[in-house]
Ligand binder design. Sequence first.
Ligand SMILES: [Zn+2]
Ligand SMILES: [Zn+2]
Length: 241
Amino acid sequence: MPLAELSSLRALASLLYPPICAVCSNDVEPTEYLCAGCESKITRIVPPFCAKCSEPFAGAITNPFDCANCAHREIYFDAAVSAFRSRGIVRKIILDFKYGRQVHLRHLVSSWLCAALDDDRLHGREFDLIVPVPLHPARRRERGFNQAALLAETLSKRMSIPSRPLLERVRYTTTQTAFDRTERMENLRGAFRLRKNEKMQQLRVLLVDDVLTTGSTLSECARVLKKAGAASIYALTAARA
Ligand SMILES: [Zn+2]
Ligand SMILES: [Zn+2]
């Protein structure tokens, strides 16, 4: 594209989305979504945390430990990785993106997803396919889009790995918020299935969603994919409760 055309496109874009902080409306550079002040308030997940579900632990861990989130249940993904806690600004941005129809925020949320790719559990690992966690069609109609699918598409371009919606949500479950871990798992049984004519033989899958709360949804998706023959399932989310 000719340079003049490109710069007029940029000017147009900055009219549509003026370069202000998505949280406090301070001025920011055209390429930024958050000002330095808001950026500094984001909570990064740092060790020690659970190798399976990334649940952070307070203080130093000297002995082998059981993660309270993973204990007493079977988890089907190999590991679920996030770089940030779903709190404060991170939580607000994801809610605005998901329920506030601020689809442009997918770029910021995707950057949090990409930040998790540096994690030791993912770094240098190869994947054949990115699979977004599906939404029930009724919920997708209501929301207008599946946030996980938008994030998976962005990631797909960045990693040059195809993204395909291999799973479908066949049961419209009531909201999970009031449930504990065991109830969430039971509530999700049979909620997902592999789309017709899809094959998973030995594929190494990167499963993508916006937020991990207890990991029950990701685990249930991983169970279905593994049962269909996937070789490994690593889950990646922009944030974690
Ligand atoms: Zn700000
Ligand atoms: Zn855990």
